[in-house]
Write a protein that binds this ligand. Sequence first.
Ligand code: NPW
Ligand code: ADP
Ligand code: K
Length: 503
Amino acid sequence: MKLFTAEQIRALDRYTIEHEPIASIDLMERAAQAFTDWFVQHYPASRPVAIFCGMGNNGGDGLAIARLLQAQRYTVQCFVMKLKAQGSDDFETNLQRLQELTTVTLLERAEQLPVALPDDALLIDALFGSGLDRPVEGFPAQLIQFLNRTKLPTVAVDIASGLFADRPNGSGDVIVKPEATFSFQFPKLAFLLPGNAQYVGEWYVGDIGLHPEVIQQTETSWFYTDAAAARALLQPRTRFSHKGNFGRALLIAGSYGKIGAAVLSAHACLRAGAGLTSALIPQCGYKIMQTALPEVMVMTAGSNKKIVSDFPPLGAYDAIGVGPGLGKDFKTAKALGGLIEKMISPMVIDADAINLTAENQAWLAKLPRQSIFTPHPKEFERLVGPVANDYERLARAKEFAQRYQCVIVLKGAYTAVVLWNGEVHFNTTGNPGMAKGGSGDALTGILTALLAQEYDSATAAKLGVYLHGAAGDLAAQHNGMIAMTATDLIEQLGHAFEQLNHA
Ligand SMILES: NC(=O)C1=CN([C@@H]2O[C@H](COP(=O)(O)OP(=O)(O)OC[C@H]3O[C@@H](n4cnc5c(N)ncnc54)[C@H](OP(=O)(O)O)[C@@H]3O)[C@@H](O)[C@H]2O)[C@@H](O)CC1
Ligand SMILES: Nc1ncnc2c1ncn2[C@@H]1O[C@H](COP(=O)(O)OP(=O)(O)O)[C@@H](O)[C@H]1O
Ligand SMILES: [K+]
């Protein structure tokens, strides 16, 4: 699925108005109706609703929502933040329509605050939408601060007021903190960035029928991977397949005390369908691995029993994943540098292999093209240096991926798969139960398995990250987010594949 900037969405709105054709006021009514349909499903009519409207089209939506909720027998109080004499045309039309039915309170000065609200009120924020073009100050900021101070559950129309849809806010910006956001047609880029979590809450998207033709034609480098997009990436496994068709995968992982990381990544690799899974681990892990995973072929290398070093020739493997629990011993580093120099097919580079690459930046020029790095935010900063905010992190990842012709999987709540061609694909699966040691090791195993099965790097990264999150969601269903472990996630991989196959 595509994601668009606020400016592109405005153009899509205009195109739809001209070509569907539909009057702009009717498109607003459609948006308000979509919001209202969603709202009545989520919040009972027994609770009073207070709607706060600006004077642009977001405020126009708010006024139309007030009218529609009243028709559904909600008790609605409507406030308009009056900053100027005249609002947008559709705002004015909806103001007139509402005033024929009920009174609207105008808020113009700080002295009118606080507004008296029932203790059980639900707030709807329609002050500013995607038309916000500067940080909020003065009276509007005071009003937003008042709304936040009430601690009443708040739902944002389209986007929380004060939040920019596709560029960074300043650290002191005043922004509504909703428990949920109902957005029109597309999620905004801002929703997918970790720094904005408190300004988004749960988010939902309602279809308002923007013209499909123009959506298809409008180019973007931002996407998100939902079930339909992931389904399209999946290759069928045919009846006549044998293990040779599905590739030989190798995990280079583990060190004394962290053999579990090697076991988890190899386990995930098996479950993600590699034909043959091998592990190159330190001697101290030999029995552990053989016992835990009899399906895995085990090699040990190096004279130091606690670390892996002196890698043997590894040309026989279709895909290599390196890093989980590896440690950063200089002998390991030397072996890894040698491997990177020799390898020609893409590798998965995770955890300590990322940290070692960060310390040996000369390796980057020799890296097999289309290799996949899987950093969490701290590992990413080790690789590229400090970043100021989520937008800068994405920009730096794009730069890095283009410069070294690789894939950067920026792990987090909405993991971003950043490709060498500048595309960014946000993942939609996963949950906070995955924020536990071992989840990342599982991802490395999955990606290595997909590369071994001849998925190209971009597809492997998008599909692997999706499946990893989907398996995490199934594990959360079965074990709960608190108790679930990385092993639970790995054991759900089969179901995640099945679910996707039938999506
Ligand atoms: N037909 C359509 O297109 C559809 C659009 N839809 C809806 O429209 C919304 C976008 O509406 P929009 O473009 O009118 O902008 P919106 O966010 O309401 O407010 C901008 C106004 O605020 C002002 N302003 C900006 N920043 C400010 C600040 N910091 N502090 C103070 N003032 C500030 C600025 O005016 P200015 O002061 O610059 O003259 C402007 O008047 C979108 O989110 C969705 O909800 C849906 O109905 C679907 C169909
Ligand atoms: N809140 C969350 N929602 C979705 N996925 C998450 C969330 N928190 C963590 N994850 C996922 O869990 C994994 C954690 O990996 P990582 O940070 O490398 O940890 P480790 O290697 O210690 O397991 C990543 O794939 C990340 O995307
Ligand atoms: K809003």
